[in-house]
Design a protein around this ligand. Structure first.
Ligand code: XMP
Length: 509
């Protein structure tokens, strides 16, 4: 295993993903992790991440020197490289010229880290400090005209450091450098694979659960679906999945989930579908404030789930679809406060259970999808784009009514259908239709209309924290617009949202 020690870098998760792409298991831990904890995990290598600080700052994150005495290979990246230099007696200074972006770097290909890399290679730089002098015992193995120590090494002790970011795609040969580190320096064998993970997790779940009862809130999203199938394979009928249809799902989604997980589907589990549409619509009647809507939907969801759980009685385990980015983010104390997020499967207060099971807590989203494929879950479920817990409730601006839900469902269905037909969905992070609360005047046939405007949204994003409005071909937008105004009653105008995040968010509320 490789440990990524996080010093506040924005690419911490990316480093872990890249290492896992080399089929080497990897975990991200905060830099406050103790030396004892590191020793317990017995890592084959450690990677120090970048970070926004200067090693000389008073409160800058650091680590005790003894980490360099563990006999474990260490790779320092950006801030991590400066920290290595600083702790081991080198000199770090503010660079006279800071480098940002794609930069040509001269590398010494006799260094094991740069084996197979071109002598001049494009790397991603982002720094204001730099290593002015490498510590004694280190050799400089890469540089740029303004960065004398773009990489350094001490092969005897297996310490390596790069000022640039090998984990970022813009570093053209970065993955070669990282695989050199994990295979050639750390001696990892690269046998971490999804099929073995899926098999061993199912085996572990079976052992842990024994003949206990398990309850799972199934949303039909990727995470809860993959978790549910893993448990179904592990313990079959000991698992009950409760699927709450809150009436804010995409068109046909409820039936699709029921077709896969219900009695006619391939899995041997207890499936309970709760049709709670009316209940949600009546709670939402007259409510227009986004946060109030989010809270009502989140709370009502939990209440419905609790009521169903009561009918089932005490259970031993409750399943959560937590995935690794959630674990990392909560562990490192980061939190988004722009919107109160609600994940279907949020913790209910009154469900009688002894323990929580999180079978996906070590996986990134793309790994969850691969696990789903490994488990034979249909592709349309596995590759489903993210859908927020409050569903269409936050894609209808203002008051939610059943009529508006049908309008946005139909418009969204057409949009998704046309995007798929045109084959332009490959690079899109998320795309959907939303119902603006705006009505405007139009003309249809010979008559005046006064109907709603639908907003179409499509974004490209790597992490959903920032996003760009996607360039959907005009012909596709035109086709979607024509179909929506012709086929969806109550809509006479279609708008395309060109805003990025920030300043907008991806969802509308
Ligand atoms: P925003 O709108 O904040 O969305 O830019 C970022 C990503 O988060 C999703 N999202 C949610 N997901 N529960 C969820 O599970 C929520 O309450 C929620 N709100 C937004 C959104 O779809 C996008 O992928």
């Amino acid at each position: 295993m490789i440990i990524v020690l996080d010093f506040g870098g924005q690419y911490n998760q990316l480093i872990a993903r890249r290492v896992r792409e080399c089929h080497v298991y990897c975990e991200v831990h905060p830099h406050t992790m103790t030396l004892e904890q590191i020793k317990e995990l017995n890592p084959k290598g450690i990677i120090f991440t970048g970070g926004p600080n200067s090693v000389y700052g008073e409160d800058s994150p650091t680590y005790q020197k003894e980490i360099f005495e563990l006999g474990v290979p260490i790779l320092g990246i950006c801030y991590g490289s400066q920290l290595m230099a600083h702790i081991l007696g080198g000199k770090v200074e503010t660079a006279p010229v800071s480098e940002y972006g794609k930069t040509e770097v001269d590398v010494n290909t006799s260094s094991v880290i740069f084996e197979g890399v071109s002598e001049k290679t494009i790397c991603w730089m982002s720094h204001t400090d730099y290593i002015a002098e490498a510590p004694a015992g280190f050799k400089v193995v890469a540089s740029t005209p303004v960065c004398p120590v773009a990489a350094m090494e001490c092969p005897e002790k297996k310490f390596y450091a790069t000022q640039f970011h090998p984990e970022v795609m813009h570093t053209q040969e970065g993955i070669t450098m990282l695989s050199n580190f994990v295979y050639k320096v750390c001696g990892c064998s690269g046998d971490w694979k999804m099929d073995s993970f899926v098999e061993s997790t199912i085996e572990q779940l079976r052992e842990k659960i024994g003949d206990g009862k398990v309850l799972c809130a199934l949303s039909g999203g990727v995470d809860s679906s993959v978790a549910a199938v893993m448990l179904a394979k592990a313990v079959g009928k000991q698992l009950t999945c409760v699927f709450v249809d809150h009436g804010l799902l995409r068109k046909n989604e409820g039936d699709e989930v029921a077709a896969v997980f219900g009695p006619d589907g391939p899995y041997d589990l207890n499936f309970v579908r709760v049709n709670a549409q009316e209940r949600f619509y009546s709670k939402l009647a007259g409510v227009t404030e986004p946060e109030a809507k989010r809270k009502i939907i989140g709370e009502e969801f939990i209440r419905v789930f609790e009521e169903e759980a009561k009918k089932i009685g005490a259970v031993d385990f409750l399943v959560q679809g937590t995935i690794y980015p959630d674990v990392i983010e909560s562990g490192l104390g980061k939190s988004a406060v722009i919107k109160s997020h609600h994940n279907v499967g949020g913790l209910p207060d009154y469900v009688d259970f002894k323990e929580i099971i999180e079978p996906l807590r070590l996986l990134f989203k793309d790994e969850v999808r691969n696990a789903g494929r490994e488990l034979g879950i249909p592709e349309y479920l596995v590759s489903r784009q993210p859908f927020p817990g409050p569903g269409l409730g936050i894609r209808i601006i203002g008051e939610v009514t059943e009529e508006k839900v049908h309008i946005v469902q139909d418009a969204d269905y057409i949009y998704r259908e046309e995007i798929a037909k045109a084959g332009v969905d490959k690079d899109l992070g998320q795309y959907f239709a939303a119902l603006t609360n705006m009505r405007s005047v139009g003309v249809m046939g010979d008559g005046r209309t006064y109907d709603y405007a639908i907003a179409l949204r499509a974004v490209t994003t790597s992490d959903f924290m920032t996003a760009e409005s996607a360039h959907i071909p005009w012909e596709v937008l035109e086709k979607v617009t024509n179909r929506i105004v012709n086929e969806v009653k109550g809509v006479n105008r279609v708008l395309y949202d060109c805003t990025g995040k920030p300043p907008a968010t991806i969802e509308f509320e």
